[in-house]
Design a protein around this ligand. Sequence first.
Ligand code: TMP
Length: 226
Amino acid sequence: MDSTHVQQLSTLSGLRLPSGCFITVEGGEGAGKTTLISELEHRLSEAGVPVVTTREPGGIAIAEEIRGVILNARHTAMDARTEALLYAAARRQHLVEKVVPALQQGAVVICDRFIDSSLAYQGYARGLGMEAVWEINRFAIGETMPDLTLWMDIEPALGLQRIHRDGARELNRLDLEGLRFHEQVREGYQRVYELYSERIVRLDASLSAEQVLEQAIVAVIQRFAR
Ligand code: TMP
């Protein structure tokens, strides 16, 4: 990294991102995605870059309703394929209603989770198979794939410890899965990372929020500031 990049690290000044670039942030529970996304949004906005932040499942009314159905802690009877299809349905609606229009207007879209979540959680950890989950998602998203994915990798035990801290947030149906499930999710992400290493950058999410932000900014600069 040369001195221009080091200067960009603190201010992101002079960073020119291509018009309409799509960045996704992935990781297990308690990885710190929300904090990182809001910091990135802040830095990019300060640098004059138009940014839209959003999340999956959700981000628009219909998908937020689907989110409520999927994550309801009382819905213990939900079948794994039903779960995968609901995530894909929420993804489709969110994409056409919010993500694609924002990209077409030239914004940088930063999305909390996208297709890699389905590959890791439903494809790998739930055992549906990554290829099957890829197929239903191809139907949902067509050709729209992220330009860059930041994978916030953390030991599941540490991530779960963070979210179980008093009042951190309300626990949902997937949070309540055991440690073994979350370890499988991490293994799933590792597989996805190996498959798409040209798109995905791994961040060490066990570090402090500042250090994680720094890694993320380096990844953004290295991917886009050519
Ligand atoms: P969140 O906690 O990051 O808001 O995500 C909600 C939960 O949904 C989280 O446990 C991960 C899970 N999830 C999947 O299992 N598959 C998916 O495709 C997505 C987007 C999320």
